[in-house]
Design a protein around this ligand. Sequence first.
Ligand code: MEV
Length: 327
Amino acid sequence: MTTSSAPGKVYLFGEHAVVYGEPAVPCAVGRRASVTVEERDDDRLRVEAEDLSLDGFAITYGDDLEEADVNVPADLVEAATGYVDGAVAQARDAADAPDAGFNVSIESAIPLGAGLGSSAAVAVAGIDAATRELGVELDREELADRAYQVEYEVQEGQASRADTFCSTMGGAVRVEGDDCRRIDDAPELPFVVGYDGGAGNTGELVATVRDLRETYGFAADTVEAIGDVVRTGEHALREGDVEEVGRLMNFNHGLLSALGVSSRSLDTMVWAARDAGADGAKLTGAGGGGCIVALDETEGVETALNYTPGCEETFRAELDTEGVRVE
Ligand code: MEV
């Protein structure tokens, strides 16, 4: 039996635009998904997943999703199981063991589909645990690449390397197309996360932006403008100018909103955080519902979000510098 875990992430800048080759800066945070894998003596797959939200609930499915004991939306369960199936396929391929069967058990402190990189963390930890269980140790570059292939397939060919690279390597990272690197001179940032208890479907939201971009020149310009915000923001980050980073996060949220991937509850939390004195606040991840990330040294934003209608949970998130690890 082998257990690996990998961190979730928040996007300081650049989600969605990164799918079209613009740069993005996600940061790994200290909430992890753990995947335990045990090789079976047949070629079947059984998956159990627990605590896939901050509230905690369980989904269990065997070979047939119909048998699932599920109280989460079916499309999210399908997406989650797609990532697990993809991770297992990658591990079988990497270990040249096409008939390997597994019992897989997932425990996650990262809410599903909420913009904190749950799927990337499950894909990274799942491939790491399953290959190790088969006696193969992948280097981190290959692991990140294989996890990206999983996201690419589940998101029907429209995915960036940002989530999977960040979850594998940890820390603040910069991703632009295939060029992925860590930003080692980033200052510690006072992240506060607000969670509305909901979720967005990444594949659908990515498709929404794709359609807008193909229909309107100004939507394509908006995607490019996000790239400009990221480049300016990355400079501010390296300079340690947290106020400027915050201002640019606000700008980035406005552009994501224009692309239709925010929601009433995300906007409400963003404004509550700003009103409470945040240096900046924006949605994180694919949007549609889920989480916002704000910067605030003080208790002000956390307190304000706790009293904001529609905000179900608030927490501080520390930067995770470790990335994937064996438990
Ligand atoms: C989702 O966490 C981030 C997106 O940019 C999609 C991707 O990068 O693959 C929306």
